[in-house]
Design a binder for this molecule. Structure first.
Ligand code: PGA
Length: 250
């Protein structure tokens, strides 16, 4: 894993967007794996700024998102489908039919995961995957304990994840209990991965990530086995790691 140390959230967002823009320029029909949550919003804003100013074209780009809640309609403002339109797709020239999110109407719809796998394969696989990390170490909605060989599937959300995401809902009971998530094995097939880590709340898990062995209790630890992972982390996220004695973190 390569670490790019940046000062702030804004710098992280700028650097991540630059890597994505470079990817699109090098391969205009890139398949981008996208993430939701608070972390990538600044990255998307930088992509939009660049699109407005430099007209980087998304006409041939295809996107596949990591995850989606089960039980929310696409037009629900808390759905990730809605988030992606609001935060990115409505502001760039990507055709809507080239943007994909996994989706399942109910927890019984097991074929939804297999269909998403087939879709990603048919697009030729993911060129560049953007990831955030949960405070519990999850990637996508693959919670601690998820098998590293897991394909895209319907998952139960950890209570800590529901609590972390409750800030977007008016009450806790509204936070879905299940989601469909790109699998860990699917994420690992991406040709290149960028992990964005920002803020003091992520400092403990980033520290653990660098000090742990690869283990299913910390899903993000599998990234150590991937040949092309870049972590972009800001000073707040790095605060514990940089304090820890004798730490070699690159
Ligand atoms: P966040 O979520 O970007 O809102 O912190 C990251 C995650 O849970 O994977």
């Amino acid at each position: 894993m390569k670490l790019i140390e940046v000062q702030s959230y804004d710098e992280m967002s700028k650097v991540a967007a630059e890597i994505m823009i470079e990817q699109i320029k090098t391969k205009p029909n890139s398949v981008l794996g996208l993430a939701t949550g608070g972390t990538p919003i600044g990255t998307y804003q930088n992509l939009i700024k660049d699109f407005t100013k430099n007209k980087t074209s998304y006409e041939k780009v295809m996107t596949v998102n990591l995850d989606e809640y089960i039980g929310l309609e696409k037009d629900n403002p808390q759905s990730y489908s809605y988030y992606m339109k609001e935060q990115l797709f409505n502001h760039i020239n990507i055709p809507e039919n080239q943007t994909y999110l996994p989706s399942a109407k109910s927890v019984e719809e097991e074929e939804a995961g297999r269909n998403y796998e087939k879709l990603i394969d048919s697009l030729g696989g993911i060129d560049l995957q953007i990831l955030g990390i949960g405070e519990n170490g999850h990637i996508g909605f693959n919670e601690p304990g998820t098998s590293f060989s897991s394909p895209t599937s319907i998952v139960k959300l950890a209570e800590s994840t529901r609590e972390a995401n409750a800030r977007y809902f008016t009450k806790m009971e509204e936070v879905p209990t299940h989601a469909i998530s790109m699998g860990i094995s699917t994420i690992m097939k991406s040709r290149k991965i960028i992990l964005l880590v920002s803020g003091v709340k992520k400092a403990p898990i980033l520290n653990q990530l660098f000090h742990t062995d690869v283990k299913e209790d910390l899903p993000a630890s599998i990234l150590k086995k991937h040949p092309d992972v870049t972590i972009i982390a800001d000073q707040e996220a790095l605060s514990i790691l940089k304090e820890s004695k004798g730490s070699v973190y690159s």
